[in-house]
Design a protein around this ligand. Structure first.
Ligand code: PLP
Length: 489
């Protein structure tokens, strides 16, 4: 509560761009503070920064700044620089690609392994799914947590589940589903390292998780080999991502063949091609070209301002967890006078248990569909559009999460294909024969408030549930909803 009040106090000042809006797409990107941008701008104006690859004084200034921010970023994420290294990337997807390319290139570097085995969880974002195309068919999509557990415990190993032929493997999953906000077991990376799948490495996509949770690298022995994040999802700015590498597993990244820009020490091109890669540090060989050093400087400002405003990720996590419960309870209570619920909320949970009450298994994101009083699905893009007209910003559609959509909505591949053939795609998908093939997503961030949640609930009530003439906000808490109102075209 104290947190909510303190955000209420500084929000108009620190986030003037949010005034008059209800921004509920923090899983897309969160919002940057005014102080962060002002500090960034002041530093840009006060100093002369050169290209860190040059040798001048301004270049050295940039170089030292980059080193310092790299360390601060690791510390912010809870990773000890002694055991972990951070590689700057353009975004999460670029960080995933660095890992994927390294595995793929082993085939070029070694005469033994032809390719690698790739396993990924069905809740994966498309950025993880795409890695399978490098694995030349030797990949497997785990369709449930149970299947992962069985595999980790060695109880199940059909052909597609294993890398039995001695080729290296990569197992990837999201720390939090970008669609439903469900948090997947962190213990899998530990179990994997203790399992007999010794040639299989872990890749944790923490892009959604890191927005409202403290990551856990406390035991380097059991941390993921590779973790990917995007800083704009934590701080709103800069547009930058990172790969956090467990140093013990970093040799895998040396399999990557490409080099360019700053990643080589010596190189010949005429008469014979020889190359000596930079290998003083792990990031040296991976950050192709000029670093986004101005953005890295902004990251330093972002970290310090986040600390000033919120203290720690732990408090952000508690606050957003409190808010998402409020949102969940509010959404579940909204119903029509005939008793039908307004929303179908998508989550994996034990019946009867509030899935949003436990921050270890649920982040501050909710995926749902809106229905009319007779149970017909309202097109998700329509909900997004109506909300947007009221200054409420949601995200709707397939959310780059094909496995999550298919399992939550129980869509079979043939139904997807039919729907595609009928002109549906990720952003635009009308219900297919009455069945939705996308969802509406509301996601919260560090600077979200109870006011945001309540305004959104009231919008749903007013737009879909209340009779046009009767729309008093009090009735939200009283269950006194009247008959349905048709959705406006
Ligand atoms: C946002 C997101 C991505 C993609 O991130 P980019 O920074 O756009 O590459 C991947 N995975 C998850 C879980 C995400 O939330």
């Amino acid at each position: 509560m104290a947190y909510n009040n303190s955000v209420e106090v500084f929000r108009d000042n620190e986030y003037p761009m949010m005034k008059g809006n209800v921004y509920l797409d923090h899983a897309g990107t969160t919002v940057y503070s005014k102080t962060l941008v002002e500090q960034f701008s002041a530093k840009m104006v006060a100093n002369l920064y050169g290209n860190p690859h040059s040798g001048s004084y301004p270049a050295k200034l940039s170089g030292h700044m980059v080193d310092a921010v790299r360390e601060e970023a690791l510390q912010f994420l809870g990773a000890d620089p002694e055991h972990f290294e951070l590689v700057f990337t353009a975004n999460t997807t670029a960080a995933i690609k660095l890992v994927a390319e390294s595995f793929r290139d082993l085939a070029l570097a070694s005469s033994v392994a032809k390719t690698f085995w790739y396993g990924y969880h069905k809740d994966s974002h498309t950025s993880l799914v795409g890695v399978r195309e490098y694995a030349e068919g030797s990949s497997h999509c785990f369709s449930s947590d149970e299947e992962v557990e069985n595999w980790l415990q060695g109880r199940e190993s059909p052909k597609t589940l294993s890398n039995a032929s001695g080729i290296p493997g990569l197992f990837a999953y999201p720390g939090q589903s970008n669609m439903t906000g469900r948090r997947l077991p962190f213990s899998w990376t530990r179990q994997l390292r203790q399992s007999f799948h010794q040639d299989t490495y872990s890749l944790l996509d923490a892009a959604a998780l890191a927005t409202t949770a403290q990551l856990d690298f406390s035991d380097p022995e059991f941390a993921p080999d590779f973790t990917v994040v995007a800083f704009y999802k934590i701080f709103g700015f800069p547009d930058l991502g990172a790969l956090i590498v467990r140093k013990q597993s970093s040799y895998i990244l040396s399999w990557r063949k490409y080099f360019g820009g700053g990643t080589v020490d010596m190189l010949t091109v005429l008469h014979e091609p020889t190359v000596k890669r930079k290998d003083a540090t792990i990031h040296d060989g991976l950050e192709d070209g000029t670093l986004p050093f101005h953005s890295i400087m902004a990251l330093g400002c972002a970290i310090s301002d986040h600390k000033r405003l919120y203290g720690s990720m732990k408090t952000v996590s508690q606050h957003t967890s409190f808010l998402v419960q409020r949102l969940y309870v509010g959404l579940s209570k909204l119903s029509y006078s005939n008793g039908r619920p307004l929303c179908a909320i998508y989550h994996d949970s034990v019946p009867g248990k509030n899935p949003y009450s436990d921050p270890t298994t649920q982040g501050a994101t909710i995926a749902f569909s809106v229905m009319t009083a007779d149970g017909t699905y309202v097109e998700h893009s329509q909900v997004e559009k109506l909300a947007s007209e009221k200054g409420i910003y949601l995200r709707s559609g397939g959310l780059c999460n094909p496995g999550g959509i298919a399992s939550s909505l129980d869509i079979k591949p043939w139904q997807f294909k039919r729907a595609w053939a009928a002109g549906c795609n990720c952003g635009n998908s009308t219900p297919f024969r009455g069945k939705p093939i996308g969802v509406v997503r509301a996601s919260l961030g560090a600077m979200s408030t109870m006011g945001d949640v309540d305004l959104f609930l009231y919008f749903l009530f007013e737009t879909f549930v209340a009779e046009p003439t009767k729309n008093s906000p009090e009735s939200l808490d009283t269950n006194g909803f009247q008959t349905s109102m048709e959705v406006k075209g």
